[in-house]
Design a protein around this ligand. Structure first.
Ligand code: S3P
Length: 184
């Protein structure tokens, strides 16, 4: 059985949690989980549809149920939705079995990543960059508060950022706080 703690990726929408999480899971030989994809599969609906038809608070309940389930396992990389930090209980559960990695990005970087993406209900409508700025300002403190490890996602490509995450995790491991080394 995989005894290693989970690696939980938190950060703003579009910072690369899914892409980087998948890449990291291959390199470190972890299984990969994604709270949004888990919810979509379970509900048979996209995140946008859930927001539109059932509302945000319904989505947040689903998100909390998902965290409850996923944080009971270990040995997974878990990419979370950007709003996971809004609920203290979510973060408490995730921290019990995982190390929290905050992928830090500027609003401009996020905007470049998701300028043409319309799958994020909270960023629909006019002036996306301003919406990103406002929401990020609201959430910054929470991301920072829960982070065990913080990694900048700029500059660099996916490979370079993945290596940056690995190095930070390695340093964290060396402090004897945790072990995320690949299985030998
Ligand atoms: C949200 C982020 C989204 C998704 C939902 C709400 C948020 O996930 O969970 O649209 O509140 O920041 P990503 O961070 O993967 O885009």
């Amino acid at each position: 059985m995989d005894e290693r703690k989970n690696i939980v990726l938190i950060g703003f929408m579009g910072c690369g949690k899914t892409t980087l999480g998948k890449k990291l899971s291959i390199k470190l030989k972890y299984s990969f989980m994604d709270t949004d994809r888990y919810i979509e599969r379970k509900e048979g609906m996209s995140i946008s549809q859930i927001f539109e038809e059932k509302g945000e608070s319904y989505f947040r309940d689903l998100e909390k149920n998902t965290v409850e389930i996923l944080s009971k396992e270990v040995g997974n990389i878990i990419a979370t939705g950007g709003g996971i930090i809004k609920n203290e209980q979510n973060m408490h559960m995730l921290k019990e079995t995982g190390i929290i990695v905050y992928l830090k990005a500027t609003p401009e970087h996020i905007f470049r990543n998701i300028a043409n993406d319309d799958t994020r209900p909270l960023l629909q409508g006019e002036d996306k960059l301003e919406k990103i700025r406002i929401l990020m300002e609201e959430r910054r403190e929470l991301y920072e508060k829960y982070a065990d490890v913080t990694v900048d996602v700029f500059p660099g490509d996916v490979n370079q950022i993945t290596e940056r995450i690995e190095r930070k995790l390695e340093r964290y491991n060396e402090k004897g706080m945790h072990n995320t080394r690949p299985k030998s």
